[in-house]
Design a protein around this ligand. Structure first.
Ligand code: NOJ
Length: 557
């Protein structure tokens, strides 16, 4: 029953990438005041929780995921006063602000690291992950960082290496050190006291390192292995996270959602729900399907829609009865969802239909929907003509890796077109004026040309737009609460075209069918016997048992 759900289960969450949301200073980068000025757009989508990627003081080498000071707002975004105003204005619209906690690592310019790296015997000497060189002076292990190259960086003052899962400028914190953990909880509680409604917790599955640092079997021709395969979800991690829950989550009306790479569906009971360490976790198995289960952007694989559906259903089933996970197809690290999951729609010019199909899943599967900025407009990937025009460090390192693996420059660029994190990070499209209404200055990252037709102003005026469909689906969640609180049962398992499922509570059933293919599709009409059409993404003349390409329908019974 809806009333038994927590507020964060009944609402819709939205992720904004502050650097690209709305500039108010003409500097070409977004500001907090810009976010405040656009809250009405979020309210029109029924958003009750707004996740903002990090806005703390930072050298911005990874756009804020390199935190210099957890207690200050980066001046490029404005002031703490601006943040307080955002909290108040959001609160007036029933929207809670969700902060991003980056606790696997800090910036190398964080005073904690500056002190830790200054000698082997300072007060914070153990705050980061330090290791001696091998006897021959080389790096302690063959682990490769996520952004390319060794995961170890040399520190002259200590004559030791430090570990960095991500960039060299993002040294990993040592969670084994009790003072580090206390410092982290203090940060989180400081933001709770400020009135935030929850936390998205970054890279949290990598915080526990193995007891012994040793070379692992190489996974590529460079003789190295992805550090995450060694440090991901290491036994003992849950002890840290239970402590985090006790210290930060318990006793507060907030929610936590962990970024949980490498947590298998079978393990979810330990990660989410009453006995889990977080309220929800973002899992990534479905996002890896188009890459054959890997995260290597230049892997070209044939994959099946049924595999994608299987991963989505696996998560639904694993958390049934426990709680639930977010439903999401995009975020600031992922490509645009149409290109990612329904790529045939792009050359066919059916991207809006495809975006509406995914929108149906996003807003009617069981879980808290997380809309990523621009997803509600049907924005697609962008294809910049040169790697030099990309900002994302991972795009640059992957491009170099692809070349080293023998791909041509064009092939390496195509991999970046497909998977660059910048696909999602381009400025938000507000209207069809210069720079999509994002800035009066020079935008920090190229604006996607699609803004001319796909923007909030134009789509608000068009009843057939992707945005209008999102608003219809949001309204439908109000009209048919079973879409929020009902059980989830898959209806046509193994179908290569149709994803069908029922949401059911004591009184009502909602039956959802989505054609994930560019061809017409069918399903058994008996499944909708006695039911009435509640909505179709392609018009009220939808026929029971038949779906047009990318059509998404919901029936009620
Ligand atoms: C995951 C974040 O979502 C990503 O943007 C960032 O680069 C890494 N963690 C490192 O913090």
């Amino acid at each position: 029953m809806a009333e038994q759900l927590a507020w964060w289960q009944k609402t819709i969450a939205y992720e904004a990438y502050p650097k690209s949301f709305q500039d108010t200073k003409g500097a070409g980068t977004g500001t907090i005041a810009g976010i405040t000025s656009r809250l009405d757009h979020l309210a029109s989508l029924g958003v009750g929780a707004l996740w903002l990627t990090p806005m703390y003081k930072s050298p911005q080498k990874d756009n804020g995921y390199d935190v210099q000071d957890y207690y200050q707002i980066d001046p490029s975004y404005g002031t703490m006063g601006d943040f307080d105003e955002l909290l108040a204005q959001a609160d007036a619209r029933g929207i809670k602000i969700v902060m991003d906690l980056v606790f696997n690592h800090t910036s190398d310019e964080n005073p904690w690291f500056v002190e830790s790296s200054s000698s082997r015997d300072n007060a914070k000497a153990d705050w980061y992950v330090w290791a001696d060189p091998k006897p021959d002076g080389s790096v302690p292990t063959n682990w490769r960082s996520c952004f390319g190259g060794s995961a170890w960086e040399w520190c002259e003052a200590r004559q030791q290496y430090y570990l960095h899962t991500f960039g060299t400028y993002q040294p990993d914190l040592n969670w084994e050190c009790p003072e580090v953990r206390q410092a982290i909880y203090d940060v989180a509680n400081w933001w709770v006291a400020k009135g935030v409604g929850g936390f998205r917790i970054d890279a949290i599955t990598f915080i526990k390192k193995p007891a012994v640092f040793a070379d692992a079997e190489p996974d590529a021709g460079d003789g190295m292995v992805d550090v995450r395969s060694v440090t991901g979800n290491v036994p003992g991690i849950l002890d840290f996270l239970h402590e985090f829950k006790r210290q930060v989550r318990d006793g507060h009306d907030i929610f936590t959602v962990g970024e949980a790479n490498m947590v298998a569906a079978e393990e979810l009971p330990q990660w989410v729900g009453r006995d889990g360490v977080f309220d929800m976790v973002f899992g990534f198995e479905h996002t890896k399907v188009p890459l054959g289960g890997t995260e290597v952007w230049y892997h070209k694989v044939d994959w099946k829609k049924s595999t994608l559906v299987r991963e989505l259903v696996k998560t639904e089933d694993a958390v049934a009865g426990l709680g639930w996970c977010p439903v999401f197809f995009e975020n600031h690290d992922q490509p645009r969802s149409v290109d990612h999951f329904l790529p045939e729609a792009v050359p066919a010019g059916r991207t809006d239909d495809a975006a509406k199909a995914l929108g149906m899943l996003l807003l009617t599967m069981r879980g808290t929907p997380f809309i990523y900025q621009g997803e509600e407009l049907g924005v697609c990937n962008l294809h910049l003509p040169s790697i030099d025009l990309y900002n994302d460090p991972q795009s640059k390192s992957t491009y170099a890796e692809a070349l080293a693996a023998g791909l041509s420059e064009q092939e390496a660029l195509e991999a970046v077109w497909g998977y660059s994190r910048d696909n999602a990070r381009t400025p938000m499209h507000w209207d069809d004026t210069a720079n999509a209404g994002f800035t009066t200055g020079t935008p920090w990252l190229a604006v996607n040309e699609q803004y001319k037709t796909h923007n909030v102003a134009a789509e608000s005026a068009d009843p057939d737009s992707v945005l209008a469909w999102y608003r219809r689906l949001v309204a439908l969640r109000g009209e048919l609460p079973v879409l929020v609180d009902g059980d989830f049962t898959e209806l046509v398992p193994g179908d290569e075209q149709v994803f069908g499922y029922a949401r059911k509570d004591a009184e009502t059933e909602a039956l959802v069918f989505v054609n994930l293919s560019p061809e017409p599709a069918t399903y058994d009409t008996a499944l909708v016997a006695g039911a009435e059409l509640a909505a179709s993404s392609q018009g009220a003349d939808a026929q029971p048992g038949a779906l047009r390409p990318y059509e998404a329908v919901v029936y009620r019974r």
